[in-house]
Ligand binder design. Structure first.
Ligand code: PRP
Ligand code: MG
Length: 211
């Protein structure tokens, strides 16, 4: 059954603990050596190889087929725009993508510079509203941009709302709901259908139970 062994790319960081809990609840073979700095972890039975990737790189690994399966946020998947099968909403990592800015500059004003780690999503959102926007691509701490005068607003992820609140920013518009998704490489889905289908069904059971 070695052709049915799966490589799963996991997103390091914020959603990793919740992802591992979900995989365990679904009865999946667990990665060994999580305490180490290793980036490839094997399950003890050898049926699953886990790759610990930076979240934005998960769609790339899966599209290229070096990972059969990926677990990543909808934000990352939409921004990447890769050709993947989205198999399941895992119901974890729930948050929103929103436009935010200083309260005195509310949405609807003629646009505007927009800072974002999600340039495609940001550009598409403003284009869809028929508003002109110059998108400035950032790598993090995007909330700084309107405070320091780099941009009038930001498009970013809002989870608890604490970062916005503590920096005096407010949500001006909601862009989309986000949660963690299970995606598959198109070729792997066909070649390893049995293993992937079993994985999806096991996860589905715990996602439904947890909902
Ligand atoms: C994320 C996101 C927001 C914040 C939202 O940033 O970009 O800034 O978390 O969470 P909250 O609503 O609970 O405050 P992150 O901490 O990942 O850092 P980065 O933007 O610098 O990458
Ligand atoms: Mg941030």
């Amino acid at each position: 059954m070695s052709e049915q062994a799966l490589t799963i790319a996991l997103s390091k960081g914020r959603i990793l603990d919740e992802t591992l809990r979900l995989l365990a609840a679904a009865g999946l073979p667990q990665p060994e050596g999580l305490q180490s700095r290793k980036l490839i972890l094997q399950s003890s039975c050898g049926t699953i190889r886990y790759v610990l990737a930076k979240p934005v790189d998960v769609p790339t690994y899966v599209e290229h087929g070096v990972a059969d399966i990926g677990i990543a946020g909808k934000d990352v998947l939409v921004e990447a725009g890769r050709d993947l099968y989205e198999l399941l909403d895992l119901g974890i990592g729930r948050c929103k993508m929103a436009v935010a800015g200083l309260p005195e500059r509310m949405a609807g004003e003629p646009m505007q510079k927009v800072a974002s780690k999600y340039p495609r999503i940001a550009a598409e959102f403003f284009r869809g509203r028929g508003q002109q926007a110059e998108v400035i691509c950032m790598n993090g701490s995007v909330e700084l941009a309107p405070l320091i005068g780099l941009a009038e607003c930001i498009v970013d992820v809002v989870e608890t709302g604490r970062t916005l609140r503590e920096n005096g920013l407010v949500v001006q518009a909601e862009v989309m709901e986000i949660s963690t998704r299970l995606v598959a490489n198109r070729m792997s889905f066909r070649l390893k259908y049995k293993a992937i289908d079993l994985l999806v069904r096991n996860l589905q059971a715990v996602v439904v139970k947890g909902a």
